[in-house]
Structure formats: structure tokens, C-alpha cells
Design a binder for this molecule. Structure first.
Ligand code: COA
Length: 191
């Protein structure tokens, strides 16, 4: 049997695969990423995370019905990040989005965008969600562009909301509906 046939693949993009996390094989990478200041400067985490903290996070994943968390892999099977839909509200049909490409050498190489195009397809066309929302700290220009490329629109700004790197920064709020993602996805497919 070829390696490809043994791989767990939940969703597949042009250059990335999304699959369920596996505590045994993924915990160490997640622990490294969530303690890496280069990575967590962009997200809400700021306290040190221990192996026990990370184990608890993994153990709780299955229990949280309002969250869907997936690992991001390259097509050759390198685990490079985590993405997900959170706070899923089945009445309003909304969810928030969070993502960490933790392997820094993969930043800016199209993996985040590819994975998010696939995740949004799943959100709209499988889960029947209606609106996905997210927020970005103002200095995170790559993440802002990533969201815009995937069809998100800027919906508002909380001025000087987040304290990072010794300063208060604006936080930009974004949201995307299916028709906006479809337009973005059409452009992406042409590239
Ligand atoms: C944000 C993140 C998911 C983006 O994924 P990525 O694979 O690095 O980004 P991509 O290569 O798909 O690029 C997305 C867009 O940003 C642009 N970009 C890349 N690097 C950039 C930079 N340093 N500054 C501005 N734009 C940048 C790309 O050109 C692309 O735009 P395009 O579609 O118009 O060409 C990823 O970098 C990441 O996880 N970073 C660390 C954690 C983080 O910021 N999480 C998000 C918190 S809101």
C-alpha cells in the first residue's frame, strides 16, 4: 500500500490537507508553536503553556461541540499548523475562525490561504454556516491580507484594544459570507 493511501485526509486543497489532530503525533509541535513568541505575538495567547496544559487542550477537543479544529499538512504530510471554526452558533449559523501556521518557514507561501479556502467551503457547503468572522491585530499585515484574499470584509475596528510589544494596537474585525468567499475562491482558482 502506498503512503498516500494510509494518510488521514479530511479536506484537501491545492497545496494543503486538513485532518483531525492526533494527540500522540501532534502535541509536541503544538506545544512548540504556542510557546514561540514569533508565533503568539499574533494571537491572544501570552502565558507559557506546559505539556499538561497542551494535553488538557487536546483532551477537551472532542468534548467541545461548538469548535471544529483541524491540523494543516502539506501534501507530503508535514504538519505545519492548526486551523478551526469556533463558537459555532447553530441558530444564527455563525462561527469564528482561528488559525496558526506554526512552522515559520511556511509563512507567506500560500498554505494558509489554501487551507482557509477549503475550510470555508466546508463551513458553507457542509455545515451550512452563513457567516464566519475573525479578528486581526493591526500589525499582522499578513493575516489581514490572508483574510481579504479569502473574501473577508473589514467590519470594524476596536481602537487601541490589544496590548502587545509594549503598545496598544487596534484590532480589526472581519467577516465573510458565502457569496464573498465564492468570488474570492473563483479568483484563487484562476491563479
Ligand atoms: C496568518 C497566516 C495564517 C497566513 O498564512 P500564510 O500561509 O502565511 O499566508 P499566505 O502565504 O497564504 O499569504 C496570504 C496573503 O498575505 C500576503 N503576505 C504574505 N506575507 C506577507 C507579509 N509579510 N505582509 C503582508 N502580506 C503578506 C500574501 O501575498 C497573500 O496575499 P495575496 O493572496 O494577495 O498574494 C500565517 O502566516 C500564520 O498563521 N501566522 C502566524 C499566526 C497568525 O498570525 N495567526 C492569525 C491570527 S489572526
Amino acid at each position: 500500500m502506498k503512503m498516500e493511501e494510509q494518510k488521514v485526509i479530511f479536506l484537501k486543497g491545492r497545496k494543503s490537507v486538513l485532518r483531525p489532530l492526533n494527540k500522540e503525533t501532534d502535541l509536541q509541535s503544538c506545544l512548540r508553536w504556542i510557546n514561540d513568541q514569533d508565533v503568539i505575538q499574533y494571537v491572544s495567547a501570552y502565558l507559557p503553556s506546559s505539556t499538561q496544559d497542551e494535553e488538557e487542550w487536546f483532551n477537551n477537543l472532542q468534548k467541545r461541540k461548538e469548535d471544529i479544529v483541524l491540523g494543516i499538512e502539506t501534501l507530503v504530510g508535514e504538519f505545519i499548523g492548526v486551523t478551526g471554526l469556533h463558537n459555532i452558533n447553530w441558530k444564527d449559523r455563525t462561527a469564528s475562525h482561528g488559525v496558526i501556521v506554526g512552522e515559520k518557514k511556511y509563512w507567506g507561501r500560500g498554505y494558509g490561504t489554501d487551507a482557509n479556502m477549503v475550510l470555508l467551503d466546508y463551513a458553507f457547503n457542509t455545515l451550512n454556516l452563513r457567516r464566519i468572522y475573525s479578528s486581526v491585530i493591526a500589525f499582522n499585515e499578513r493575516s489581514l491580507q490572508y483574510h481579504l484574499t479569502c473574501g473577508y470584509q473589514i467590519e470594524g475596528v476596536q481602537r487601541k484594544q490589544a496590548y502587545k510589544k509594549g503598545k496598544y494596537w487596534d484590532v480589526i474585525f472581519l467577516g465573510v459570507f458565502e457569496e464573498e468567499w465564492l468570488l474570492a475562491s473563483g479568483e484563487y482558482q484562476k491563479k
